[in-house]
Design a protein around this ligand. Structure first.
Ligand code: NDP
Length: 493
């Protein structure tokens, strides 16, 4: 990555002192050379005979080989999940089912460091985030849904709730373990069986999770994991033996899935892209807002569906806010994901880096002004410096398209009405942020923002009890909270 623009003289010099490296030990993770498919409680070689390598995006070193599930493998996994469904999983007592979920949660906590290191190795995210966010939240999801497993009659009073059957679940690479937890925990709590397909660039935490399932004595066949690429996902979606599809990923693939299952009677939830507005009013606590903006767009390298990738600033505080923002950006540390000082890790794959670079080029060509603080990017691996674009028009691609990288586009507004108009001027509707000291203004904004989640004076906060999901091209259905149960239940009224 080429070196980046000089800091303008109006921006104060950041701290010049260096941090000593603080690498997390990698040896807690013991990788096998190869991992098969997890079907019927065992890792088995793929009938397809095909394998692919998963690499560390920070070093481009191969980490392990994973099986590529072909149609015959998906068939076997679905048949195994069906047999587990028909042979008693939904009939065991709900409190027994809850025990499995509690066990999984506790084992994840016990093995938290191992999972955090593994997730950072395979995905490129900073260890601080996998350690403090991904893994604890994944465990929290299992704890939370364990609590619901024997209380479905209270969750849905006067309605007879039953599991749907076999759930096909397809997860992305930005939060591999956490998305697995969002999918598996409610499905199991409701008595379904599962075939899960992780992304091909980040399959390892799902494969290590299979060991957690064994430790927790989850009956064989209740959860199956088929690794592979997009074709494996497409096969799972189209399989006749699947009763429900839950997908998190790109809007393009989401639309393809919707077309593929139309008319089949399969149930569907889609959690797709976003282009969230993070809106800062002139009465906002500025320093706190700066932290929220940084967290909103640079958390997980900006590879977050609900990232605050469009910053809307009230005109009267624009100069001051941008100066503070650039100063704070200059303190961000980009580099080794396993270093505890790292704020921004590696981009997940070469393809994703190319996508980010292409969109950033388009921003420059369309006339936006770019700022990137000086930073040393490692020679190997996939890296992108924290970036902010100012002088952005609403029509620019960087204001419209999901970049899914550490790139922020700044727009301005004068009145709350204008902020709403600009915030809602997007094909997406997943999340938004509002920064102001006035409670009444927050409530007014929340009523007018077309977004599934609105954060007030904070950003990127997640809790298992809080439903998450979008409008428009961000998808439909909710994950998390009591709402998240509905996606895995049918009701005999
Ligand atoms: P995809 O939508 O391709 O990947 C998400 C998951 O779907 C992966 O497991 C993928 O498998 C699988 N998949 C791919 N094609 C199909 C298919 N035809 N049918 C069923 N499953 C399929 O996202 P990309 O990795 O291509 O990322 C592209 C863009 O999508 C990003 O730049 C970002 O904008 C957005 N995105 C949004 C996410 C979100 O959280 N909402 C998450 C990831 C990406 P495999 O990876 O093995 O190909």
């Amino acid at each position: 990555m080429a070196q980046v623009e000089k800091r303008p003289s109006s921006v104060p010099t950041p701290f010049e002192w260096e941090y000593a490296p603080a690498p997390e030990a990698r040896d807690i993770v013991r990788l096998e050379e190869r991992y098969g498919l997890f079907i019927g409680g065992e890792l088995v070689d793929p009938l397809s005979g095909r394998w692919l390598a998963t690499e560390s995006p920070a070093t481009e070193e191969p980490l392990a080989e994973i099986a590529v599930a072909g149609p015959e493998d998906v068939d076997l996994a679905v048949a195994t999940a069906r047999a587990a469904f028909e042979n008693g999983w939904p009939e065991i007592s709900p409190s027994e089912r809850a025990k499995y979920l509690y066990r999984i949660a506790r084992i994840l906590q016990e093995r938290a460091r191992e999972f955090a290191v593994l997730e950072s190795l395979d995905s490129g995210k900073p260890i601080r985030e996998s350690r403090d966010v991904d893994v604890p939240l994944a465990a929290a999801h299992f704890f939370y849904y364990a609590g619901w497993a024997d209380k479905l009659e209270y969750a849905f009073p006067n309605r007879r709730a039953r599991p749907i059957g076999v759930a096909g679940q397809i997860i992305p690479w930005n939060f591999p373990l956490l998305m697995l937890a969002w999918k598996i925990a409610p499905a199991l709590a409701c008595g379904n069986t599962i075939v899960l397909k992780p992304a091909h660039t980040t399959p390892l935490s799902a494969l290590f999770f299979c060991d957690v399932l064994r430790q927790a004595d989850v009956p064989p066949g209740v959860v199956n994991v088929v690794t592979g690429d997009g074709r494996t996902g497409a096969t799972l979606v189209r399989h006749d033996g699947v009763d429900k599809i839950a997908f998190t990923g790109s809007t393009e693939v989401g639309k393809d899935i919707q077309r593929a299952i139309a008319g089949t009677g399969k149930r569907l939830t889609l959690e797709l892209g976003g282009k969230a507005a993070n809106i800062v009013f002139d009465d906002a606590p500025l320093d706190q807002a700066i932290e929220g903006i940084i967290n909103g767009i640079y958390f997980n390298q900006g590879e977050v569906c609900c990232a605050g990738s469009r910053l809307l600033v009230q005109e009267s505080i624009y100069e001051q806010l941008i100066a503070k923002l650039k100063n704070r950006m200059s303190t961000l540390r980009v580099g080794d994901p396993l270093d505890k000082n790292t704020d921004i890790g590696a981009i997940n794959s070469r393809e994703q880096l190319d996508r980010i670079s292409e969109l950033v080029e388009s921003g420059k060509e369309e006339g936006a002004e770019i700022f990137q603080p000086p930073c040393h990017l490692p020679e190997r691996g996939y890296w992108f410096p924290p970036t902010v674009f100012t002088s952005v028009a609403q029509s620019y691609r960087i204001a419209q398209e999901e970049i899914f990288g550490p790139v922020l586009s700044v727009l301005t507004f004068r009145t709350p009405e204008e902020a709403i108009e600009k915030a809602n001027n997007t094909a997406y509707g997943l999340s938004a942020g509002v920064w102001t000291e006035k409670g009444s203004r927050i409530l007014w904004m929340v009523q007018h923002l077309r977004a599934g989640v609105v954060w007030a004076n904070t950003f990127n906060r997640f809790d298992p009890s809080s439903p998450f999901g979008g409008y428009k091209e961000s998808g439909f259905g909710r994950e998390g909270g009591r709402h998240g149960l509905e996606a895995y239940l049918r009701f005999d009224e």
